[in-house]
Design a protein around this ligand. Structure first.
Ligand code: PEP
Ligand code: MN
Length: 334
């Protein structure tokens, strides 16, 4: 259920609705908007009697939600959500650029990329400390040591840090050192992990699962929001298809598809979405052209020596050129 308050509803009237929701044993989600406040209700298994709310002061409308999602939708919040990552914004109309190596390998490697990312004017630095690898023998990241290096990068260069958590214990560590927690494609339906980041103070970057439908992806975001964390950014990173010329098929139609349903920002990961470095810049340009709020790419000073995802990593020069190109496109469509 969704309760829409009158445009001039007072704080006291909103609090009265919140109390009523809680007294019924449900959870209220207050979403203030530009013109009115809406309150989402979760925790009810069946239909709620709308008459509990219709006559409360300040209530414009109580609406039964028939769609599977309640909190990610434009019905609840018609304005776009702006996600605040340690003071830097995603979804405010600017183009967010999230760049960095797939994995932090050592201090020198990470700083070499971070310097270039910072000079490019990008605000966000990505780097894996915990890596989900297909083979148990592959480099799985430096763990907390990597997170400490990332925190140094934030302190020295002012970049906001995005890093993946593979499990709940990782979330504790990522919270200690980073500005945004990434949930990877392989974990998009790890529901206990989604619930854990739903209780985090950090914003969440939620990758699309490699075989996830739009609805499954949005419901994963719903899990996070249902726990009270409304700061979620969706990331399209390609899905599995029969195509063999790419690692994944970047589903750019997901961007307008998300926009039609949800107020959450959506970005495009052109690195995992292609798997081939020569395709990354063209697909990053395309991601901006279809209206993504940001672009994620992987960057390495020596991609052929990278311990993970070198084949899809841009060199430092390629990265700088990519930034110029996506900014030029963003300027035209903004
Ligand atoms: C990554 O960002 O390095 C990563 C592992 O991404 P994904 O979960 O999209 O495969
Ligand atoms: Mn990677």
């Amino acid at each position: 259920m969704l309760i829409v308050m009158n445009a001039n509803a007072t704080e006291g009237e909103i609090a009265g609705v919140v109390r009523m929701i809680e007294s019924l044993g449900f959870r209220p989600h207050v979403m203030p908007g530009a013109t009115r406040t809406a309150i989402g209700v979760t925790g009810n298994q069946g239909a709620v009697d709308l008459s509990h709310f219709e006559n409360l002061p300040g209530v414009a409308e109580a609406i039964r939600v028939t769609k599977p999602y309640k909190l990610i939708t434009l019905d609840l919040r018609p304005e776009r959500t702006i996600v605040d990552v340690g003071g830097a914004k995603i979804g405010d109309g600017s183009l967010a650029i999230i760049a960095g190596p797939c994995a932090v390998e050592n201090r020198k490697q990470a700083f070499a990329v971070a310097d270039v990312v910072q000079r490019s004017g990008a605000k966000f630095f990505r780097g894996g400390a915990f890596k989900p690898r297909t083979s148990p023998y592959a480099f799985a990241g430096l763990g907390e040591e990597a997170l400490k290096m990332l925190a140094e990068i934030r302190n020295e260069l002012g970049l906001k840090i995005v890093s993946e958590a593979l499990d709940e214990a990782n979330v504790d560590l990522v919270e200690k050192y980073a500005d945004m927690v990434q949930i990877g494609a392989r974990n998009m339906q790890n529901f206990t992990l989604l619930r854990r980041v739903g209780r985090s103070r950090l914003p969440v970057l939620l990758k699309r699962g490699m075989a996830a439908t739009l609805e499954e992806w949005l419901l994963a975001a719903e899990y996070v929001m249902a726990e009270g964390n409304y700061q979620v950014v969706l990331c399209e990173r390609g899905v599995r298809t029969f195509a063999q010329h790419t690692r994944n098929t970047l589903d750019l139609a997901a961007v307008p598809a998300v926009r039609r349903i949800s107020h959450l920002p959506v970005i495009v990961d052109a690195a995992h979405g292609t798997g081939r470095s020569y395709m990354v810049t063209p697909l990053a340009r395309a991601g901006v052209a279809v209206g993504a709020d940001g672009i994620m790419v992987e960057v390495h000073a020596r991609p052929d020596e990278a311990l993970s995802d070198g084949a899809q990593s841009l060199t430092l020069d390629e990265y700088e050129q990519m930034v110029r190109e996506v900014r030029a496109i963003h300027k035209v469509i903004a």
